[in-house]
Design a protein around this ligand. Structure first.
Ligand SMILES: O=C(O)c1cc(=O)[nH]c(=O)n1[C@@H]1O[C@H](COP(=O)(O)O)[C@@H](O)[C@H]1O
Length: 236
């Protein structure tokens, strides 16, 4: 899988996305999340694809296995490169998601990679323990979900940089560790709690980084993207 920094296109409409993308003259790896997909739908995926960019469609599915399987079957037809579910949906749901993707992928085409969100990077250990009533450390919970995702046949997980090394040790280096919560040194964390810099992500074994506001809200997004890319280490 392409390891360019994944730019989170957290914009409210198609026009803002197209204005943003028009500043770049290179193929990118972008993420379409709920905010954009719920407004612009599958058409935005086709348009971004037509511009030659790779796409992570981040809908974080979490439902009964049959519903997730059918949804994934449809998403596979969009030709995106990476999709996700919540690991908290359980191993039956994750396995069903994978089956749906396999069934929906046209013959001869590459199936989208499937990863599971472990604990959101906006969650602290205290919140997890008090609100989800999980009686583990946050690291243990993330590792547990990573092992569950691996045994369900998934290609990797979404986690923070802080858990990437332990997951590599247990699930292998090639198991995807897609890490949001990326900030330049001294940058505002906003609602994120488990944050790290692009160079620390590389050191800890993240396979991909997801960067939103540090690029999309920068005065010069193209410069900000290249600064992130340089710290991250560029295309490997
Ligand atoms: O699945 C994700 O992409 C995701 C998982 C997670 O645990 N934390 C997380 O921030 N994300 C997404 O990554 C992006 C991070 O955006 P910034 O905080 O602006 O860099 C957002 O689009 C989030 O929806």
């Amino acid at each position: 899988m392409n390891n360019k920094p994944i730019i989170a296109l957290d914009f409210p409409d198609e026009q803002k996305v197209m204005t943003f993308l028009s500043q770049f003259n290179e193929p990118l790896f972008v993420k379409v999340g709920l905010e954009l997909y719920l407004q612009a739908g599958p058409d935005i995926i086709r348009e971004i694809k037509a511009q030659g960019h790779d796409i992570f469609l981040d809908l974080k599915l979490h439902d009964i296995p049959n519903t997730v399987k059918s949804a994934m079957k449809g998403l596979a037809k969009l030709g995106v490169d990476l999709v996700n579910v919540h690991a908290a949906g359980g191993s039956n749901m994750m396995a069903a998601a994978l089956e749906g993707l396999k069934e929906g992928t046209e013959e001869g085409k590459q199936r989208p990679a499937l990863i599971a969100v472990t604990q959101l990077t906006s969650t602290t250990e205290e919140e997890m323990q008090n609100e989800q009533k999980i009686n583990l450390s946050l690291d243990q919970s993330v590792l547990h979900y990573a092992k569950l995702a691996k045994s369900a046949g998934l290609d990797g997980v979404v986690c923070s940089v802080l858990e990437a090394k332990a997951i590599s040790e247990v699930c292998g280096e090639s198991f995807l560790k897609v890490t949001p919560g990326i900030r330049m040194a001294g940058g505002a964390a906003h609602d994120q709690k488990r944050v790290a810099t692009p160079d620390f992500a590389r050191q800890e074994g993240s396979t991909q980084i997801v960067v939103g506001r540090a690029i999309t809200q920068a005065e010069n997004p193209v410069e900000a993207y290249h600064a992130v890319q340089q710290l991250w280490g560029g295309q490997q």
